[in-house]
Design a binder for this molecule. Structure first.
Ligand SMILES: *Cc1c(COP(=O)(O)O)cnc(C)c1O
Length: 461
């Protein structure tokens, strides 16, 4: 199994290198050169298995032998043993033919834990073999940062720097990043929005002297290993509802396009997914792009679902790469145009995308109304991101079961949930004292040189 860049001119890598490298050196994202297909029988055999066993079967073909089978099983078990639900990703029913996949039972209460806990284990195992030390730098709209710190805190050979948009994450999200006491965790509050944070992280990767000097590694969903870990729950949920004997659809609250891209990979592996529905909040660039064929940024509008306040969705580049017949030059050109505001998607590529993806947008009022309505009619208390998904899914219900991904626990966003329902959801016992712990963070400017200087200084022995 080899990994190639979406821009066509970076070195071809194996799984371990692609995981430790993050962004490709030509600015692109790594994707597998071929997607392994599972047979009808392989998929049917997954029904009813423990989450960890499904994870092993789905991910193993991508490793190219980088981990031995027993070793990989051990890493998977370690990754999910800290989850607070034995099913890991339980399904609940909201309405006839509409199901909710609860992905918020991990240690930091968002779906990001599924991938981050596993890559924490995998990177640790890889570093133990090589004896190297690395510097992780990540951008977060709120949940990736806390999940990354939880996964890497206290490790001897890793420093973790997380850039988050100052004043634009929820109090719970911020405190999850600023309260770890371990000295290798560095929470950086940057002036700017998520897109600016993500752009600075990419700048650091594109500065090869800096990148090689500090041994930079990435944990954003530009990292293929993160996407891969998320493919698992599509198989787990679909087989619970009768796949591969019948098809299902998924609706995914979307920001950086990582989670829904994992669904796309599951579909290409042979899972019978009829439609993958992109659900956006008022930052609706993906919905507009799919409808009109024009991918054009127009500034982030802060919303009550802040983890989706994104305009430049990194992983959309991976979908474009396939839609353009895996032409790295074409993708490079589109990404150059994006720097000046946006690009037009060719008719052929648009039709390819529309064969798999549908989309919808949910306003702030609709988000609140959906939280209110779901509590009243099903007893399910939704976080605002999951509510965006449920609303858009309702507009796309059809003959096959619809599974909406619930991406975070309502207690991570208590203000919006209280506005909608009058109920202020409490934090689960393992983080009940979050608001009593001292915070530690550094305010930083939106300035590459200053950020690089800070990273260098902090990791100096
Ligand atoms: C990250 C996140 C999303 C968006 O996921 P992408 O992979 O970036 O599309 C949605 N909801 C929550 C709660 C998140 O943390």
């Amino acid at each position: 199994m080899h990994y190639v860049s979406t821009r066509g001119s970076a070195p071809v890598l194996g799984f371990g290198e692609a995981m430790m490298t993050g962004l490709a050196r030509d600015g692109g994202l790594y994707v597998p050169d071929t997607v392994p297909e599972l047979s009808h029988g392989d998929i049917a055999a997954m029904a009813g298995l423990p989450y960890e066993e499904v994870a092993f079967r789905v991910m193993r073909p991508y490793l190219g032998g980088f981990f031995g089978d027993d070793e990989f099983r051990g890493l998977i078990d370690a990754a999910y043993k800290g989850f607070h639900h034995t099913a890991r990703a339980p399904l609940v029913q909201l309405a006839p033919n509409h199901f909710l996949l609860e992905l918020f039972h991990g240690p930091t209460l968002a779906f990001k834990d599924f991938a981050m806990q596993l890559i924490g284990q995998m990177m640790q195992a890889a570093l133990a073999k090589s004896g190297e030390r690395i510097t992780i730098v990540g951008a977060t709209s709120g949940d990736t940062g806390s999940a990354a710190m939880e996964a890497f805190r206290g490790l001897a050979n890793v420093d973790v720097f997380i850039l988050f948009p100052h004043g634009r994450v929820s109090d719970v999200q911020r405190r999850q990043m600023t309260t770890p006491v371990e000295a290798n965790c560095h929470a950086l509050a940057m002036d700017g929005d998520f897109d600016a944070c993500q752009a600075r992280v990419k700048d650091m990767f594109n500065d090869f002297a800096f990148r090689d000097g500090v041994r930079l590694a990435g944990v954003n969903s530009i990292n293929w290993a993160r996407v891969l870990a998320q493919v698992v729950y599509y198989f787990y949920a679909a087989t619970a509802l009768g796949a591969p004997h019948r098809s299902v659809s998924f609706t995914v609250p979307t920001g950086n396009f990582g989670d829904i891209f994992a669904g796309y990979i599951a579909r290409r592996m042979g899972l019978p997914i009829e439609k993958l529905v992109i659900a956006t909040n008022q930052n609706d660039i993906l919905d507009r792009a799919l409808r009109a064929g024009d991918y054009r940024t127009d500034g982030v509008k802060p919303s009550i679902s802040p983890s989706m306040d994104i305009q430049v969705s990194s992983n959309f580049e991976r979908a474009l790469f396939d839609a353009y017949g895996r032409d790295g030059n074409a993708v490079s050109q589109l990404m150059a145009e994006l720097k000046t505001g946006g690009f037009h998607i060719s008719q052929g590529a648009l039709e390819t995308l529309r064969a798999t993806f549908a989309s919808g947008r949910c306003s702030e009022e609709e988000t609140l109304a959906t939280i209110t309505h779901q509590l009243r009619t099903t007893g399910e208390l939704l976080c605002p991101h999951s509510a965006v998904g449920v609303k858009v899914a309702e507009d796309h219900l059809g003959a096959v079961p619809m599974i909406t991904l619930a991406t975070a626990h309502p207690a991570k966003f208590p203000d919006a949930v209280e506005r909608a329902t009058g109920i202020r959801p409490g934090l689960p016992p393992h983080m009940a004292d979050l608001f009593d712990r001292p915070e530690r963070m550094t305010r930083v400017p939106n300035d590459l040189a200053a950020l690089q200087a800070l990273v260098r200084e902090r990791i100096a022995p």
